[in-house]
Design a protein around this ligand. Structure first.
Ligand SMILES: *[C@@H]1O[C@H](CO)[C@@H](O)[C@H](O)[C@H]1NC(C)=O
Ligand SMILES: *[C@@H]1O[C@H](CO)[C@@H](O)[C@H](O)[C@H]1NC(C)=O
Ligand SMILES: *[C@@H]1O[C@H](CO)[C@@H](O)[C@H](O)[C@H]1NC(C)=O
Ligand SMILES: *[C@@H]1O[C@H](CO)[C@@H](O)[C@H](O)[C@H]1NC(C)=O
Ligand SMILES: *[C@@H]1O[C@H](CO)[C@@H](O)[C@H](O)[C@H]1NC(C)=O
Ligand SMILES: *[C@@H]1O[C@H](CO)[C@@H](O)[C@H](O)[C@H]1NC(C)=O
Ligand SMILES: *[C@@H]1O[C@H](CO)[C@@H](O)[C@H](O)[C@H]1NC(C)=O
Ligand SMILES: *[C@@H]1O[C@H](CO)[C@@H](O)[C@H](O)[C@H]1NC(C)=O
Ligand SMILES: *[C@@H]1O[C@H](CO)[C@@H](O)[C@H](O)[C@H]1NC(C)=O
Ligand SMILES: *[C@@H]1O[C@H](CO)[C@@H](O)[C@H](O)[C@H]1NC(C)=O
Ligand SMILES: *[C@@H]1O[C@H](CO)[C@@H](O)[C@H](O)[C@H]1NC(C)=O
Ligand SMILES: *[C@@H]1O[C@H](CO)[C@@H](O)[C@H](O)[C@H]1NC(C)=O
Length: 470
């Protein structure tokens, strides 16, 4: 995610939120045995119509998730609305199926929500999340009916009220810490900040989620005014994950693969919006005290439209770790400002030296870098935004996405900034067909992807015109 704040690290940094909720104990055996007909069924009652959307339905939602936690079916019927005035936390779920065919509405009143957020522990990692599901065996099913089955967060007012880098005290939307999860037709509109995070929980209590299938997601964080800061699509720190089918319009990473992620496939989707920050790995290495790992990640058959980035890796100066076996294949780019970027010198806007996690040290005391190994880009085609590059999120000069790149001119198809001459190993580019709109030849900026360690790089690692070598 883009972290963007001058004054506070709370707003933007990081990966996942987590809430004070669950100790993750007493996880029960999965019980997927009940079919829809034989399952215990909890239809969630709504007071929305009777109260004109003013009565809080969250206690009834929590109760249904508890009553049907073990092998049951929780249903929000089609066309029914719910006012979710307070965060919903459900733990120890086991073999549950949730059918969200109705609409879930978050409160519209910004200061009311901020009061709830402010009343909880506020650190970068612990800002509140509105929906948290924990357990083993969770199926969350929405509907393809576009008129119902939405989570409505009313983020527009938050984005408009903000005139810098994101209002303070924003809640995150949705988080699942679990094994064996299937999510289908999840639809969220104008989330205030980031999203379906499968986070590995607190940095000092690393619990992994495993085995996720997430199909046909719609995330609409399009804005008619202020920049939709930190509206990440998916933040993934889990193992064995398939994200298949998605339409994302947002103002940060569409997908951010984070430390701990292994065997993740992201495919068949479209991500767009000037603020969209692409199919990203990272950021890694923000906490210099932690060795970060990411491996076996594939992004394939994806269309990026009007985005700032397309295929992107980002790690911090002074970070440590290993990211290996990463592939971006069959990616169509339409009007993308920086289609392919690898940087080992990522920082958050306006807070270059921020160190924010547990075990914090101040500044960036050493020059280590996360190692990136066996990265492939294959069949990447389309157009580069040479006319109006950028995303409108800048508050610094030079802008955060132009820092360290004085020769950026809108024609760069590929930007590779390796933090040392051994940081980038076995990079391979094949069939890269990207053209700037201004009809100039496409170009590259390439630092430190050295020939001995990158024998099949596929282009000349210099600054200048893109010259494929295969
Ligand atoms: C599994 O769910 C069914 C249907 O709800 C229930 O009858 C059964 O007792 C559950 N089994 C276990 C082991 O929880
Ligand atoms: C219902 O709430 C809306 C605002 O959410 C308000 O405009 C409308 O007047 C209310 N209707 C009644 C009958 O109170
Ligand atoms: C879609 O949802 C609307 C509103 O709930 C409902 O009236 C309509 O019948 C649904 N359409 C289908 C095809 O289910
Ligand atoms: C919540 O805290 C933030 C600062 O962290 C402050 O800007 C905001 O005004 C507070 N809101 C309320 C309603 O307390
Ligand atoms: C937003 O900030 C800019 C620069 O600080 C200022 O010029 C502008 O007037 C502000 N707009 C609003 C609506 O506060
Ligand atoms: C993954 O989770 C799904 C859904 O619970 C389950 O059907 C499947 O068996 C799991 N796969 C493995 C390898 O455990
Ligand atoms: C990788 O994850 C997918 C689910 O996305 C699973 O089907 C596959 O078996 C996993 N591969 C390995 C080697 O575990
Ligand atoms: C990663 O992929 C490699 C090559 O296909 C395979 O040998 C390895 O087992 C995979 N690791 C995981 C964790 O899926
Ligand atoms: C990366 O892939 C190679 C084979 O291509 C495999 O040997 C290695 O174990 C993989 N790395 C991880 C961490 O799975
Ligand atoms: C890190 O690099 C800078 C600039 O090259 C150098 O001045 C500094 O001494 C290095 N620090 C360490 C701990 O190696
Ligand atoms: C290539 O471009 C980068 C980024 O703008 C710059 O730091 C570097 O000095 C340039 N290298 C050469 C050899 O011009
Ligand atoms: C390239 O590598 C050299 C030597 O390892 C290092 O001093 C320099 O900072 C690296 N360049 C970048 C852009 O990280």
């Amino acid at each position: 995610m883009l972290a963007s704040t001058l004054s506070s690290v709370l707003v933007a940094l990081s990966a996942c939120s987590l809430a004070s909720a669950s100790p993750f104990n007493h996880i029960q055996a999965r019980n997927n045995t009940g079919s829809s007909s034989s399952r215990k069924t909890c239809i969630v009652p709504s007071q929305y119509a009777a109260s004109n959307g003013t009565a809080d339905d969250s206690p009834a939602i929590v109760k249904a998730l508890q009553d049907c936690a073990n092998g049951g079916l929780v249903q929000f019927p089609m066309g029914v609305d719910y006012f979710v005035a307070n965060p919903v936390v459900a733990v120890n779920l086991s073999g549950i199926r949730v059918e969200q065919y109705g609409n879930l509405h978050l409160p519209k009143d910004i200061s009311y929500v901020q009061k709830i957020v402010n009343s909880t522990e506020q650190t970068w990692a612990a800002a509140i999340t509105w929906f948290i599901l924990n357990g083993d065996g969770i199926e969350w099913v929405g509907t393809k009916n576009v008129t119902t089955g939405w989570i409505e967060s009313y983020g527009q007012a938050w984005w408009d009220a903000n005139n810098a880098t994101g209002l303070l005290a924003r809640p995150h939307l949705f988080q699942i810490n679990a094994n064996n999860v299937i999510i289908t037709d999840y639809k969220a509109r104008k989330p205030i900040a980031w999203q379906v995070a499968d986070c590995q929980s607190r940095p000092n209590m690393r619990l992994s989620g495993n085995n996720f299938t997430i199909k046909d997601t719609v995330l609409d964080a399009s804005t008619t005014g202020g920049f939709p800061f930190n509206t990440d699509g998916f933040d993934v720190a889990a193992t064995n994950v398939l994200i298949d089918g998605f339409t994302i319009f947002n103002g940060d990473d569409a997908v951010a693969i984070q430390s701990g992620a292994k065997n993740v496939t992201v495919r068949n989707g479209m991500a767009s919006g000037p603020g969209c920050h692409g199919m990203s790995i990272g950021s890694l290495g923000q906490n210099q005290g932690l060795y970060n790992t990411v491996s076996n990640i594939t992004f394939t058959d994806i269309t990026m439209v009007n985005a700032l980035y397309g295929a992107r890796f980002k790690s911090w100066i002074g970070g440590q770790g290993l990211a290996e076996n990463i592939t971006w294949a069959n990616i169509r780019m339409s009007n993308v400002s920086q289609p392919i970027l690898v940087t080992s010198s990522y920082t958050n806007q306006g807070s270059a030296q921020t160190q924010i996690q547990a075990g914090a040290v101040s500044g960036r005391p050493n020059n280590s870098t996360v190692v990136t190994k066996n990265f492939k880009w294959e069949n990447i085609s389309g157009t580069i935004n040479s006319n109006t590059p950028g995303d409108g999120s800048c508050v610094t000069n030079p802008c955060w996405y132009e820092q360290g790149l004085p020769n950026l001119d809108g024609t760069q198809a590929i930007i590779i900034e390796c933090g040392s001459d051994t940081a980038c190993q076995d990079f391979k580019f094949k069939n890269i067909q990207l053209m700037p709109y201004n009809s100039e030849p496409s170009s590259v900026i390439c630092l430190n992807a050295t020939a001995p360690l990158n024998p099949k790089l596929g282009f000349e690692c210099t600054n200048g015109t893109f010259i494929p070598t295969n």
